[in-house]
Write a protein that binds this ligand. Structure first.
Ligand SMILES: Nc1ncnc2c1ncn2[C@@H]1O[C@H](COP(=O)(O)OP(=O)(O)OP(=O)(O)O)[C@@H](O)[C@H]1O
Ligand SMILES: [Mg+2]
Length: 394
């Protein structure tokens, strides 16, 4: 975790007229409900610690009322914490004087809202250019840039329309174009796709993933939908009643849910679709790198299985069995390990989703080798591992 762009430390948010007065109760560990009953104050966030890296999509997930919007509003200081530190590039945002805070809000971050947040009396083009104009960019330049971004999100030709003339999905694209137009390094997206119907939502997710490949922004994405979180997130933090119950990479959360609450969430996820081979494979053991049959047999004697993966300078070549080697050795003890002895078993690609490799893996006589895009063996996937991960009895 070297490249932290945003750091949140021990952040608390207690809503009510005199929050400071009751922070003692929070630190004593009283629950949200107890605090509300005793003081009339709502505990919005409790001891949040996050470190968000430059260039990642960090998803904050939780049910309604868990504190997602409250948390994201601290990032650009739309609200101030009751306690805690918010650092962006090492700068304590709480200590920024008003002028600098305004600059920071305008230039560092931009936000995409759940309900689009477009100005109804401005054209689509003006809506997109607006963010740039308040940054002080000249009108002509702002309009040029706005046009370009509208094209990028697939809305060329709609420049002169008004928001009410567009569908929900199109309006959300305008919102996205407006946020991207400002060149802000950090994009805050609060349930940005939640109002869209499933098909358009999935298209928008694809578009965001595609855009991110060239933009490399730091994106904080809020959702209450685990599938969306898994699809978009490089890392995910799960909020419950204002507390983070788990944070980690999607596969970590899927494979090792930290609490029963998270477990209940992940139970219904289609793991075969959410996980790639790389996330579940075993280490790339049982490699045969020998050039002669004699050496290959010696390597194989140390194995716990009676076959190995032949590897040379060009990467993975195929599988060789011990009895084949033994026969060849009995025939000629000085011969080289040649291609005829090697079975051409196709390797799995490490980036493949599990779903796509289920039949091959289940039918294979061997644990299949896994390779990277250069053909280097990076792991093994057996029938047993696959069944365990997918929760199938075998
Ligand atoms: N200004 C406020 N004053 C008092 N309580 C608030 C305020 N804003 C939020 N809360 C409370 O903080 C908690 C978290 O609210 P928040 O809006 O952050 O939830 P959320 O996770 O974004 O929910 P949703 O998915 O419905 O948008 C709730 O209990 C809410 O009632
Ligand atoms: Mg919200």
């Amino acid at each position: 975790m070297t490249d932290a762009l945003i750091k949140i430390e021990n952040l608390y948010q207690l809503f009510g007229p005199t929050p400071k007065k009751y922070m003692g109760l929070v630190h004593e560990g009283k629950s949200k409900d107890e605090i509300l009953a005793e003081t009339g104050h709502t505990l919005g966030l409790k001891d949040i610690n996050l470190s968000i890296n430059k260039g990642e999509i960090f998803v904050i997930m939780g049910l309604s009322g868990s504190g997602k919007s409250t948390l994201i509003r601290h990032f650009n200081r739309l609200i101030d914490p009751t306690e805690g530190v918010i650092k962006v590039e090492g700068t304590d945002v709480m200590k920024l004087p008003p002028k600098e805070l305004e600059q920071f809000r305008r230039h560092k971050m931009s936000m995409v809202f759940q309900r689009f947040g477009l100005l109804p009396h401005k054209s689509v083009l003006d809506n997109v250019a607006y963010g740039l104009q308040i940054q002080g960019v000249k009108k002509a330049e702002a309009l040029d840039s706005a046009k370009k971004w509208l094209e990028t999100v697939g809305l060329a030709g709609y420049e002169e329309q008004y928001p009410s003339q567009l569908s929900g999905g199109q309006q959300q694209r305008v919102g996205l174009a407006r946020a991207l137009c400002t060149d802000a390094e950090i994009l805050l997206m609060d349930e940005a796709f939640s109002a869209l119907d499933p098909l358009i939502r999935s298209e928008m997710q694809d578009q965001l993933i595609e855009l991110q490949k060239t933009l490399h922004k730091t994106i904080i994405f809020i959702t209450h939908d685990l599938d969306e979180a898994l699809r978009l997130g490089d890392r995910i933090a799960i909020l419950k009643d204002g507390e983070i119950v788990q944070q980690g990479e999607p596969e970590e959360i899927l494979l090792n849910p930290a609490t029963e609450y998270v477990e209940a969430f992940v139970r219904d996820v289609n793991r075969a679709r959410a996980l790639t081979v790389e996330t579940v494979m075993k280490d790339p053991a049982y490699r045969i790198t020998a050039e002669t049959i004699k050496e290959a047999l010696e390597q194989m004697r140390g194995f716990k299985q009676d076959y190995g993966y032949v590897i040379n300078n060009d990467g993975y070549q195929g599988i060789v069995k011990e009895d084949t080697l033994q026969e060849a050795y009995d025939d000629d003890s000085k011969a080289d390990l040649t291609n005829e002895l090697i079975e051409q078993v196709d390797a799995l690609e490490q980036d493949a989703v599990l779903e796509s490799v289920i039949p091959t893996t289940l039918e294979a006589e061997f644990a299949l080798p896994v390779v990277d895009t250069d053909g280097n063996m990076t792991g093994r996937l057996s029938r047993g591992t696959l069944s365990d991960v997918l929760g199938v009895r075998h």
